[in-house]
Design a protein around this ligand. Sequence first.
Ligand code: PRP
Ligand code: URA
Length: 209
Amino acid sequence: MNGVTVVDHPLVQHKLTIMRDKETSTASFRRLLREISLLLCYEVTRELDLTTRTIETPLMPMEAPTLEGKKLVFASVLRAGNGLLDGMLDLVPAARVAHIGLYRDHDTLEAVEYFFKAPGDLEDRLVIVVDPMLATANSAIAAVDKLKQRGATNLRFLCLLAAPEGIERFTSAHPDVPVFTASIDEKLNEKGYIVPGLGDAGDRMYGTK
Ligand code: PRP
Ligand code: URA
């Protein structure tokens, strides 16, 4: 699919299978999400631009590669986005962080915003939006709409599971935003859940419900 990368690394797929299993505990689910986030972060940052700077090794001076441009922004869609965020910050500790509070209305499946806080200079930075689930895409579209309103022009969307319907809607609404996911599942069910899926990501992460 255009603009969509499926991260099919064997470790990602193995860990994802354990996360999908309904017998997996809250503690294991959280740990696995953090582990997978490291591998997904590696993929989503693969094309970052590099420049060089002069350093001196113990043997000689050299022009060595270093990341170009301003620090990245990770934009976490609360609550479940934080499960990806923590591991990503382990890999890119200097990243700036945006938090976007959204929940799905259970009846309409519309995204309802309750919080937004982001760095002021989004226009100068690559913004990677993280949320484990892309179901109807209402939340992802609302999150990216808001970030664009606040100036972001260079964005990527990273999730764990996506429904084909959600990918279709998201890429129509935001064709300029590449999507990275560990799996494109079969479909959405009548309640807007991804199937086979893994259930409610936020509830499984935090042991709620
Ligand atoms: C989940 C998930 C996404 C959203 C995806 O969050 O983390 O944000 O649903 O569904 P959509 O693509 O149909 O919008 P939820 O609204 O359950 O909130 P939570 O993370 O606080 O549990
Ligand atoms: N949100 C979730 O957490 N899971 C789904 O399957 C759909 C939306």
